[in-house]
Design a protein around this ligand. Sequence first.
Ligand code: GLN
Length: 456
Amino acid sequence: AHLDRIERYNPSLNAFLLIDAEGALATAREVDEARARGEELPRLAGVPIAVKDIACTKGLTTTAGSRMLEGFVPPYDATIVGKLRAARMPILGKTNMDEFAMGSSTEHSAFGPTRNPWDLDRIPGGSGGGSSAAVAGFLAPLAIGSDTGGSIRQPGAVTGTVGVKPTYGGVSRYGVIALASSLDQIGPCARTVADAALLHEVLGGHDPLDSTSIDAPVPPVVAAATGTRDLTGLRVGVVREIGDTGEGSAFQPGVIQRFEESLEQLRALGAQIVEVSCPHFVYAMAAYYLILPSEASSNLARYDAMRYGARTTPDDSPSAEQVMAASRDQAFGDEVKRRIILGTYALSSGYYDAYYGQAQKVRTLIARDFEAAFEQADVLVSPTAPTTAFRIGDKMQDPMAMYLNDIATIPANLAGVPGMSIPSGLAKEDGLPVGIQILAPAMEDQRLYAVGAALE
Ligand code: GLN
């Protein structure tokens, strides 16, 4: 049924870059046969899933949305893909994304934008717009995303779906194409909080192949998502510095209105709303756009046209360096180049302390803000994104306007804490989905699910 919907709607949505009907059906058939034999099967056996094209899939082209990796067929599976296979979940295909996960609209994909099922003229968020559009459009019941600054949560918000960024280190990054290694985190996209929890437990857990993977049990997220809806005594913090409505605010009135209604709902469920202050959050964007490009410039240095990936060979017996330069010039898009240049500059001797070093200090202050806030509150909440889905083309000429989409989601990546976006109704001005973000202390992912399920 999902493959039928993909065939019918993917031409207009462009959510999938690759559809593996044969592979998905083979897995589904094996599960059916095993079930007929009375074999005991994993909980999600037979449930189809879409995988963001940032995770390596053995034998299936993996591009990260870039011409640089066009036609690249990985010889191995990412750990999370191996887990999906062990869970016997049919992999429907690979989903579209901003090139190397840089963007908030999926318009930076080298393979054309993905469209939002709510309105085909609008963006589905990014960078994981393909995964969220697939889930929102019922082309897949579940999908995988990656979140470096909001790429699971913001697409979730603007497509009316659930998106979770687990605690940093909670899910293995092995075999996931790196954007910024200290910020990247894999997580679930789903239509309900309980669905996300089921997938979270499949994905999570220690992986010796990822040195930043946490060696601790996966937080009990399914139990939290399916437990009591009573939030009596729970302290919910509203961060004063996110979602201000003053003059020049990036936040759309309809987004703020839905957020305030969610706060009312939380009160009705027994929660106590407290205001907390995180004074350094206002510097999160600036710090992020130094740390991310710095790490990305280093990670993307591997695309040298020598070992794998696109190669452009200039005429007249070029040197290796000329081949590298020509290949990178041809195969990287503008946003990727912008960030490589910015990162290389920020890391260069003479500027390192002033930019990268300073940004790392700000990062520490943001982590301390979270620590202080979590002494006063069990979870924090905010709108996930400042606006509903904007029109395709609206922000492509203005990188700053694009970056502002992640103003509420970036602090969690800088501090490594988990975050979730769940739908909180439609904005009155445009009838488009709005998301509310829930944040919890590191390794307390189950709190997101308890609050998310209660609000849902
Ligand atoms: N939109 C943010 C960026 O462009 C976040 C990307 C992400 O989370 N992968 O960096």
